[in-house]
Design a binder for this molecule. Sequence first.
Ligand code: HEC
Ligand code: HEC
Ligand code: HEC
Length: 170
Amino acid sequence: MMQKILMSLCLVIAGAALAAPPLLPLAKDGIHDTQGPAFTLLQEPAEALGNLPVDRYGFTDWVKTLQDGHITPRTGISGSEKMKAVDLDITMKNTASMPHVLFSHQVHTQWLTCSNCHSRIFLPQIGGNFVTMAKIVGGEYCGVCHGKVAFSALNCERCHTVPTAKTGLR
Ligand code: HEC
Ligand code: HEC
Ligand code: HEC
């Protein structure tokens, strides 16, 4: 019961902390130099991102963006490099009372190459890595990317997608 309340609280706090900021015009974001010679060449965020699908917190959902064909990223600098996507789903089960985590190689290898993860971040062996949330939030394992170049580690339900009998129990 206590854990259920804590969990709901976590979700509420994460939700509040996660809400995507509005897409401010470049001239108003406090980052860009409007006097810079190339300023007028830059695309406005609302124009670049405004029509892309978003997740429940309002951030661009890059997986859906790619799947739905809104973007077709180059495979490398020249564009002639080959991507090697592999279809290998792994269910990560050390999640206490949270739903299990479905790790999709397919999703990741549409953006990344094997050596981005193996073996510096993950030994390529099921159950071969001692992953905890503390480490993820601290920037290790999934946290090398999630919370930096991929969606936030606070967005619990995008990773913990596989309900179990224990979900929500203590
Ligand atoms: C985004 C990171 C990431 C990328 C990129 C990635 N992997 Fe993995 N890989 C993982 C994770 C996480 C696991 C599971 C580790 C665990 O359970 O502790 C895994 C597990 C594996 C396993 C073990 C499967 C088994 O049955 O034991 C193999 C083999 C593997 N990966 C091959 C690859 C290959 C080949 C590529 C490139 C085409 C690749 N991986 C790209 C993260 C990645
Ligand atoms: C080397 C970088 C990297 C690592 C490490 C990494 N990811 Fe990702 N992940 C990405 C990128 C890039 C995307 C696509 C962009 C996005 O969704 O923000 C992504 C997308 C995802 C998605 C979205 C799938 C969907 O269908 O919407 C899930 C779930 C996910 N990652 C889980 C994990 C888990 C779990 C781990 C650790 C076991 C992990 N990732 C490690 C880079 C990484
Ligand atoms: C980027 C993907 C990702 C996100 C986002 C994420 N988790 Fe996790 N979580 C994992 C992975 C991977 C594991 C380890 C699973 C394994 O090793 O079998 C894990 C393990 C856990 C565990 C058990 C281990 C521990 O450290 O206690 C709990 C509890 C947990 N997560 C809760 C949460 C909560 C709450 C949130 C949101 C605030 C969250 N997770 C967000 C990927 C994620």
